[in-house]
Ligand binder design. Structure first.
Ligand code: TXA
Ligand code: MG
Length: 308
């Protein structure tokens, strides 16, 4: 197995053709999306998809998302229904993944043996262009080692999957949204279920469906994988190597004396200038959620490297 870091490819036509050929031969490629970077393979080729699981160290019971270049291709991989068509029309291309009954052409490895498949049309134009150049859908989980913080730039992918079979990353700049897609299970269309909150707000989906969405219960601490409410929704996920403590109400004057070997990451810039210390960081100037989401994974990675 090669041990050098994978190369970043600029988005030229020649490079897209080169990467599509690599994917056609069963290779894996790091790809940009508006949510997080993905680790892509031909979704219809079981041995190519096996390389994704190997590179990520991902358990076989955690299924992959299949990415299409346009909503009109949905029926090629899944059995659609009016609610799915409604959401696809409203939100694709974009940060919404739909879980639907699968078509036979989707290999079992992609769905972890389930009879449903997760599908989305990404908004990032380069990702869609690559899928079109390939002529087949691309299965892609987030391009991080299993359990680690998701990547929001090509450099994140290169740095954390460097010692794997991955050789090539399409560089599409920083991810605009910065957190994963929202996943809705529509395999029972009358009972839409939120499997994972993400880049598209639940309220927006409910407004289009004109119906409330059921939310899956949060995974229990120390529960086994089989007890998780949905595959891949584990009690521990997106984890830095450094221990992280969540303080839901830590703000302003209530910030205690912080030891210099620890860092604090606030949602917004503190008004109190005494809190502007080398080990105090913030995710946004004014607390805007989209800005917080955009910066979250990058900031966690930087802090994990002890950069203060
Ligand atoms: O934004 C995103 O969704 C990114 C980009 C690359 O598209 N992808 C992503 O993939 O977050 P990943 O592998 O990190 O998360 C995929 C999750 C699984 O862990 C599981 O929760 C859910 O999608 N999933 C996939 N197939 C499913 C199925 N058949 N039934 C239920 N959940 C499924
Ligand atoms: Mg992931």
């Amino acid at each position: 197995m090669p041990k050098t870091k994978p190369a970043l490819y600029r988005p030229t036509s020649a490079n897209l053709t080169r990467l599509a050929n690599h994917l056609r031969r069963g290779g894996i490629v790091g790809v940009p999306s508006e949510t997080v970077y993905g680790l892509a393979a031909n979704a219809l080729d079981a041995s190519a998809c096996a390389r994704i699981f190997e590179a990520k160290g991902r358990p076989a019971n955690d299924p992959l998302i299949v990415h299409l270049s346009r909503a009109a291709e949905l029926h090629q991989v899944a059995i659609t229904n009016p609610s799915a068509d409604l959401l696809a029309n409203a939100f694709w291309p974009g940060p919404l993944t739909l879980v639907l009954p699968k078509n036979k052409c989707v290999p079992d490895i992609v769905t972890s043996g389930r009879d449903t498949v997760a599908v989305r049309v990404p908004a990032h134009p380069l990702f869609r262009r690559l899928i079109r150049t390939c002529g087949f859908p691309l299965a892609a989980p987030s391009a991080n080692p299993f359990g680690y913080i998701s990547p929001t730039s090509a450099a994140h992918v290169r740095d954390s999957l460097g010692n794997t079979e991955l050789r090539a990353i399409l560089d599409g700049g920083d991810c605009t949204i910065g957190v994963e897609s929202t996943i809705i299970d529509l395999s029972e269309p009358s009972r839409p279920r939120l499997l994972r909150p993400g880049g598209l707000a639940q309220e927006k989906i409910e407004a289009v469906l004109k119906q409330k969405i059921l939310t899956a219960p949060a995974p229990k601490k120390q529960s086994s994988e089989s007890a998780a409410p949905a595959p891949g929704m584990l009690p521990q996920h997106y984890s830095p190597h450094t221990p992280v403590k969540l303080h839901p109400s830590l703000a302003g004057d209530s910030i205690p004396q912080i030891p210099t070997n620890e860092a604090v990451l606030l949602l917004r810039r503190p008004n109190d200038k005494r809190l502007r210390k080398p080990n105090v960081f913030w995710l946004s100037p004014s607390g805007q959620l989209s800005v917080i989401a955009h910066n979250l994974f990058n900031q966690l990675r930087q802090l994990d490297q002890g950069a203060w």
